[in-house]
Design a protein around this ligand. Structure first.
Ligand code: 1GP
Length: 234
């Protein structure tokens, strides 16, 4: 799993709770992006997750579920990303929810398809920040320290810098990337133009494009070319 993810430069994150036409989904899946992440912070149900998975499954690209709600874990994805929020003030989001899931469903879990992600949530005015009680006011040094704690103490294969809804501080992300030795750095948040995609791709291993798919599809599609068309960024 992690070897596959390490190849990804660009992914779209699609939200089961939002409408997307077949035509738009076709353009997204045929865009040249490396994968689709299915995930969101609210309104995720088993039914809307199955529905989106089966629509994406018509295409060849990998499709993984970012698990945010225990009731909406659907079998059949290529992999399952399991967020652990490193800068939360509520320990349930680091290990508590996970412990409950394993206690309840452990016998069903396809362990080899799971990948843990150390989330660092950095946009205070976002659903994920409110939900998880994240301490988003971090200096660069503090963000780096969270990332290194995730990499070196917890051995997490992925560190995810989450600015959902706003374009983040590229210097902070870049410095965090430089200070990591093994973990794969994913950046997501506010990428709505080719230029922002390019900037984010310079400081992260993989970039995630979400919201703009639903508001300006053509701009969303341009972000793929911006990253995948120029391998010198890697
Ligand atoms: C959200 O990181 C992703 O989890 C992408 O963010 O929706 O702001 O593009 P946007």
């Amino acid at each position: 799993m992690i070897d596959m993810i390490k190849q990804w430069r660009h992914v779209f994150k699609l939200d089961p709770d939002r409408e997307i036409t077949d035509e738009a989904l076709d353009q997204v899946c045929m865009s040249g992006t490396d994968a689709i992440i299915v995930g969101g912070s609210s309104g995720i149900t088993y039914d809307n997750t199955v529905d989106l998975m089966s629509r994406v499954r018509r295409y060849e690209l990998p499709c993984v579920l970012e698990v945010s709600d225990l009731e909406a874990v659907v079998p059949g994805f290529d992999g399952y990303l399991i967020p652990m929020v490193l800068n939360t003030t509520d320990s349930r989001w680091i290990i508590g929810q996970h412990q409950q899931a394993i206690e309840r469903y452990g016998y069903l879990i396809p362990w080899d398809l799971l990948i843990a992600e150390g989330y660092i949530v950095l946009h205070s005015d976002s659903t994920v920040a409110r939900l998880t009680g994240a301490d988003t006011e971090l200096t660069t040094e503090a963000a780096v320290a969270y990332a290194q704690a995730g990499e070196r103490l917890l051995n997490l294969p992925i560190i995810y810098m989450e600015y959902s809804g706003t374009f983040g501080d590229m210097e902070l992300v870049g410095e965090t990337h430089r200070q990591l030795e093994r973990s794969h750095l994913i950046y997501g948040g506010g990428i709505d133009t080719a230029e922002k995609a390019r900037q984010a791709a310079q400081v992260a291993d993989t970039i995630v494009v979400g919201n703009i798919v639903y508001s300006h599809l053509s701009q969303a599609l341009e972000t793929v070319q911006a990253v995948k068309g120029d391998r010198s960024n890697t």
